[in-house]
Design a protein around this ligand. Structure first.
Ligand SMILES: Nc1nc2c(ncn2[C@@H]2O[C@H](COP(=O)(O)OP(=O)(O)OP(=O)(O)O)[C@@H](O)[C@H]2O)c(=O)[nH]1
Ligand SMILES: [Mg+2]
Length: 648
């Protein structure tokens, strides 16, 4: 049996389970009966529904019963651990309750199927089915507390380390804060929490290490205090359970520096107290924190006490320091050696608990001899062939040292080349690029020709410097440019002056004209009449324009009434802000009063073209009004007769 409790499936709460089961029944056996059907067909249909519900519940409860370990079947270590953590009676009661409910539900289904056989109408059959499902659900509802408890147990079990009771095991125990977890961290990859206060470790933890080509599990336990069994709390009891049941090498850790805040006397008392649990098992007393205080530095009385314990109990002992690493490997080796020795006296069946895989592994290991090289403490001198002694010439290394050492001197490797003709040894190796020999492209007198070219260029430069005509031409050009610039500036300034001197035209107004005419002795009444006539005409024109615009807005908003000027102004502003498309359609509705510009016509054509395809297909567009169905018929008919709000 593998003790991997992570595979236990989650336990549903009773309420969820009822929902799932009823939904499944509804889905798998949909209602397909009518009053006109033959009664045997109606009976058969409802019987099927009841049986289906019972089978689903049976299945669900069976998975729970199979997944949870039975205390009588599992290793006593796990049985005791479950007892310590979850209380054996409570655990058994919960599983028993679930089991009993399964039987009750089976019986309910059987009874109602029998009654359904005598159902004389669709209504009676339906009511019987309803009663059967109702009773089954009520029975399930009573499981609420048991199912919740089982789910909590499952969560805790899934977090428990996978300890194999039949594997080679080192079990670390002792007072809290003595360095147990530090040791397990040092020899395995468990990465446990280490803190300078007691009861850091509150559960069992497991790490793995290799020794002698085999995997070993190292179990870290919570610290144990020195008091009677009945006073021990569940945290300590986990350690006691492991000590009692696992066939492991027990490593009792004793902090001789007393920095764990427990004296040596207290620790010895605990050791003696736990002694019955170590019976018939390999035991190693480990003195820790020797970096703070060594055994030899202890008080002679304490030393004597420890010696007495070791001699009287006949135990092996060792010392280590988790800080400096001193003695850790030795302690591990010693503990593993002790357990191996002890296991040799046991039969393979006892060690493996009848597990065929472990049994095979064990028998192979017992039959295999692993040869180890003998380690003799002798010095191995370098072996130099005798021929080397006879040679009387410097070695390559000597040559290198003489010529400036490594990096400066490079060995003449050419002398070792094996070529067809030994004369070729020191030939230059051609450099090849893109499949061509670079040497073929080298021009021997290229440098000479380059020099000639450079000389020629120099001579030409000098000849240019000496040419006086060139200077004159350049000077003339510069002068002409200055003259042009000056002239341009002058023209600009003249233009400015002209603009400033222009006389402003004076337009006489009515008053000026009257004065002028009066001076000349002309009657001015006709002037006033003309001015009044113009003013009246202007006012009329203005009113006409306003009237027109109000007509426009009336066409647009038929429901707006009243002659309030301000309101009309607002509406005008509103109509101005409307889109061009709307304006076009309005103008059309007024019987082509407005002549459309070419641009407006183009826009109208484009909008028509866009809408044509959708109009032809007669489909609803994004702009069409849509009312979603508020009461879908299939969800609101049939099944909610007795005041039920939630539908399935
Ligand atoms: N100087 C010294 N300190 C050590 C040594 N081993 C452990 N400690 C310190 O002792 C403290 C407790 O170490 P843990 O390994 O957590 O002890 P524990 O026995 O697992 O404690 P609990 O989990 O509480 O039972 C830590 O602060 C360690 O740093 C050691 O060899 N030398
Ligand atoms: Mg610890």
């Amino acid at each position: 049996m593998s003790y991997n409790f992570k595979t236990i499936r989650p336990v549903m709460p009773a309420k969820d389970m009822i929902n799932v089961i009823l939904s499944k029944t509804q889905r798998k056996t949909p209602t397909v009966v009518h009053p006109g059907y033959d009664i045997s067909r109606i009976r058969g249909f409802y019987m099927r529904k009841v049986k289906f519900t019972q089978e689903t519940i049976h299945e669900k409860i069976d998975t729970i019963l199979q997944d949870f370990p039975k205390l009588d079947d599992i290793h006593p270590f796990y049985a005791d651990l479950i007892n310590v953590l979850y209380d054996k009676d409570h655990y058994k009661l919960a599983l028993g309750h679930v089991h009993a409910c399964r039987n009750v539900i089976d019986n309910i289904a059987k009874d109602y199927c029998r009654l359904l056989k005598y159902g004389d109408s669709l209504y009676r059959c339906k009511m019987l089915k309803r009663a059967a499902l109702g009773r089954m659900c009520t029975t399930l509802k009573k499981l609420t507390s048991s199912l919740n408890y089982l789910d909590e147990v499952r969560k805790h079990l899934s977090r428990m380390p996978a300890i194999n009771p039949f594997e080679r095991t080192l079990l670390v125990t002792g007072f809290p804060n003595v360095g147990k977890s530090s040791f397990v961290n040092n020899i395995t990859n468990a990465n446990l929490d280490v803190q300078p206060y007691p009861f850091t470790t509150q559960n069992l933890y497991v790490g793995h290490t290799d020794y002698n080509f085999v995997r070993w599990q190292v179990i870290d336990t919570p610290g144990v205090l020195d008091h009677s069994l009945s006073e021990r709390n569940p945290i300590e009891m986990q350690a006691i359970t492991a000590l009692a049941h696992l066939k492991a090498c027990i490593m009792f850790f004793l902090d001789i520096s007393e920095t764990c805040s427990y004296s040596i006397d207290q620790q010895i008392a605990l050791f003696k107290d736990l002694k019955p649990l170590f019976k018939n098992k390999p035991l190693l007393l480990v003195m820790t924190k020797i970096d703070i205080k060594k055994f030899e530095q202890l008080d002679p009385i304490d030393q004597q006490k420890l010696q007495d314990v070791i001699q009287s109990e006949n135990v092996f002992y060792s010392q280590l320091s988790n800080k400096s690493g001193e003695g850790i490997a030795l302690v591990k080796e010693k503990a593993c050696g002790l357990l191996n020795e002890w296991r040799q006296n046991l039969k393979p069946e006892q060690l493996t608990g009848g597990n065929p895989n472990l049994l095979r592994e064990e028998s192979i290991l017992q039959g295999v001899y692993i040869a180890q090289p003998k380690r003799v403490n002798q010095k191995r001198m370098p072996v130099i062939p005798q021929v080397m002694g006879k040679l009387n010439r410097p070695t390559l290394k000597d040559v290198q040292e003489q010529n400036g050492g490594a990096g400066v001197f490079s060995f003449p490797l050419q002398e070792h080349f094996l070529l067809e003709n030994p004369d070729w040894k020191y030939d230059a190796v051609p450099e090849i690029m893109d499949g061509k020999n670079i040497g073929d492209f080298v021009d021997a007198d290229i440098l000479q020709r380059l020099e000639e070219l450079e000389k020629e260029e120099e001579m030409m430069d000098q000849a240019e410097i000496e040419d006086p005509e060139e200077d004159e031409r350049e000077e003339m050009l510069l002068n002409t440019r200055d003259q042009i610039n000056k002239k341009r500036e002058m023209i600009k300034e003249e233009h400015h002056m002209k603009m400033k001197q222009q006389v402003k035209l004076h337009r006489p107004n009515l008053e000026d004209a009257k004065e002028d005419f009066a001076k000349k002795g002309i009657d001015t009444t006709f002037l006033e009449q003309r001015a009044q006539k113009f003013a009246a005409k202007k006012v009329l024109q203005k009113q006409k324009r306003q009237q027109q615009s109000s007509d426009d807005s009336d066409d647009n908003d038929m429901d707006i009434e009243g002659n309030d000027r301000n309101q009309r102004k607002g509406r005008d502003a509103l109509s101005r802000s409307r889109s061009r498309l709307r304006e076009i359609s309005r103008s059309r509705s007024r019987g082509n009063k407005k002549v459309l510009t070419a641009q407006e016509q183009a826009m109208e054509r484009m909008s028509k073209k866009i809408q044509r395809r959708r109009r032809n297909e007669a489909k609803a567009g994004d702009g069409d009004t849509k009312i979603d169905c508020k009461m879908p018929k299939h969800l609101f008919t049939g099944k909610s007769g007795i005041g039920k709000q939630s539908r399935r």
